[in-house]
Structures are given as structure tokens and as C-alpha cells.
Design a protein. Structure first.
Length: 138
């Protein structure tokens, strides 16, 4: 496995299908294997149901969920524990919770790259894909 993409999320049902489509499109252009690890952080919308359909229809998607909202740090930690990729990309926000999670990961020796982003998972993922594209060319 070349890449693990970890996506912690909360109430993102509207953007999940587009996000998967963008990931699949990005990887269709290169010969690298990947997995998408979604960690639903206790969403109160239909995110988990959408994720279960995505997992059923996509062999590269794996879904984990918390019964209640625990925050990005626990969601990222679960994603890292389940990741099989040589390279791990975490799609996280750069707000206080995201920065705290990134600091915790960096303290454990994980390379963390932060950038400014928009508010939806799809817009955040676009920046992650730019990083992925550069890494896949190496």
C-alpha cells in the first residue's frame, strides 16, 4: 500500500461523494495504491449512512465511527492506527483542534504539513491532493 488518506469528519454528508470522486480521479492518473480511511466523529446527520454506502461501493474505502463526538485528535489517532500506507496524508482543519492534533502527531515523530483551507472537506482535500501529487511524483 502506497498511500493512506485519513479523513476525520463531522456532519459532512453533502460533500462525501464528491470527495471520494476527487480522490479516485487523482489516483487514476498515477500508478500508486491507496486507501481512504474515514473516521466519523459522531456525526448527527446522515454522514455515517453515506460512508457505509461508499465503503460498500469502493474497495479502497474503510469506515470507522465514534458513537459521540470526541474531537479530531482521537479520530486522527484511530486513523493512524488503522493506516497501512507507506505515506500517510491526514486531511485536517487548521483550527485550534486541528492544530492541537497536528502538534500531537509531530511530537510522535509524524511529519505534519499544515496549510490554510476552506471550510468543507472537499475544499480541504484539494490542498491535500496538491501535496499528494507532489509526493507521488517523487
Amino acid at each position: 500500500m502506497d498511500f493512506s488518506i485519513i479523513i476525520p469528519l463531522f456532519n459532512e454528508e453533502e460533500s462525501l461523494r464528491e470527495l471520494v470522486s476527487k480522490i479516485k480521479s487523482a489516483f487514476s492518473k498515477v500508478k500508486k495504491s491507496y486507501e481512504i480511511i474515514f473516521v466519523d466523529d459522531g456525526s448527527t446527520d446522515n454522514s455515517l449512512e453515506v460512508l457505509k454506502m461508499i465503503e460498500r461501493d469502493n474497495k479502497d474505502a474503510r469506515v470507522f465511527s465514534f458513537r459521540k463526538n470526541l474531537g479530531k485528535s482521537p479520530a486522527l489517532m484511530l486513523g493512524f492506527q488503522e493506516a497501512n500506507g507507506k505515506y500517510i496524508v491526514a486531511v485536517i482543519g487548521a483550527g485550534p483542534a486541528g492544530l492541537f492534533a497536528a502538534k500531537n502527531l509531530a511530537n510522535q515523530g509524524v511529519h505534519v504539513e499544515l496549510s490554510r483551507h476552506s471550510h468543507t472537506a472537499v475544499e480541504t482535500a484539494r490542498e491535500a491532493f496538491a501535496y499528494l501529487t507532489r509526493a507521488m511524483k517523487e
